[in-house]
Design a protein around this ligand. Structure first.
Ligand code: F3S
Length: 106
């Protein structure tokens, strides 16, 4: 599978959804996740993401590996992402910031 990592958080540029040939993206309030049961590993979304948030599972840097678990856990709980999504208003301001996942906790 491919995995959305924390660089998506508070950006949600949503370009990835447009390039996905299957229905694998699920929408949270401030980020998307990939449903590992649906992803066909085409890789189209990797290049499409302006935040470089998406990795193939086997290329995940160690510090981003927790994303594998939260994509799998959250995907069944969230609605399908639709192709008409727009980036969050604060997307550019949050682009590339560190520890974005941490900003959601608490
Ligand atoms: Fe997120 Fe990148 Fe898609 S910021 S919504 S993974 S285009």
């Amino acid at each position: 599978t491919h995995v959305v990592t924390e660089q998506c958080v508070r950006c949600k540029f949503a370009e990835c959804v447009t390039y996905c040939p299957v229905a694998c993206f699920r929408e949270g309030d401030t980020f998307l996740v990939i449903d590992p049961e649906e992803c066909i590993d085409c890789g189209n979304c990797v290049e499409a993401c302006p935040a470089d948030a998406i990795y193939p599972e086997d290329e995940l840097p160690p510090e981003l590996r927790p994303a594998l678990e939260w994509n799998a856990r959250l995907a069944p709980l969230l609605p399908l992402a639709t192709a008409d999504l727009r980036p969050l208003a604060e997307a550019d301001a949050w682009l590339g910031r560190p520890d974005k996942w941490g900003t959601l906790a608490g």
